[in-house]
Design a binder for this molecule. Sequence first.
Ligand SMILES: C[S@@+](CC[C@H](N)C(=O)[O-])C[C@H]1O[C@@H](n2cnc3c(N)ncnc32)[C@H](O)[C@@H]1O
Length: 254
Amino acid sequence: MDLSVFKGELNGIGRKEERKERAELLVLPTIYPMKHSSLEDPLESGSMLGSFRDLLEGEKSLKKYIEDRLKEKRGLAVGVEFGGDGESVFRDFSKNFFHKSVGVCLERYANTPNDISMLTNFNGSDTTHYILTGDMFTEEVYEKLASDIGVKKVDLILERMAAGLLTVSEIPLDNIKIFKKWYEMLNVGGLMFVQVPNEFGDILKRWVDFVKKNHKETLSVGCADDGCGFGVKVVRVHKLNSGAPDKLPLFENN
Ligand SMILES: C[S@@+](CC[C@H](N)C(=O)[O-])C[C@H]1O[C@@H](n2cnc3c(N)ncnc32)[C@H](O)[C@@H]1O
């Protein structure tokens, strides 16, 4: 991928270490053990629906929005939550909608990086749910996903890290790389909903406008403020048909 078009966005270099340190000192010990949120439990104010509500094109339910768009994959769908164990989120979908679901997060059940837990008969259904502990910014996680869990392509990606975003690099280029990877992982018809650091919000907003103008027949995209008031941006990408570019379409940075 030629990332030179994003050259103007590289100003943040050098601040990454500082940010990581701050996150380790202030955030990791207190935030990470928190309960992982549901998809849209009405009794839970901070559910995923809360964050992504302004990306649903008038639909009120995140579950319905996703299941309607993935209806041809019912029973076969594969979904991943990055930055969460995925348990509460995937429990909220209709029984047997997903064939396989995965949560990728730093902690859970083990301190060992790249450890995998497998939950069969998940939620009383045929779905198998996996929890992979690892850093989603490393290649090892994607190798494990492919070789041990058999997940190379997916129908749904969710990422809503909330306070966990404080540990993410504020350098847009780092975020572009992961965004590009996730885009390529999506099957035709696949959807992703992701929350991004504010530093990446502006470039993403411009990308969304570019896609709306140049790829509207094959990609449906949206960008909004996080509806839970986390002060960050959220983005939706839907590969509408086989005409969607295989690689993340890039725009000129002028
Ligand atoms: C505040 S919790 C949010 C959990 C859940 N997604 C939710 O919305 O409630 C932050 C999560 O981000 C995960 N996380 C932070 N940085 C990560 C990284 N580099 N790779 C994988 N997971 C990460 C943490 O392990 C934690 O599960």
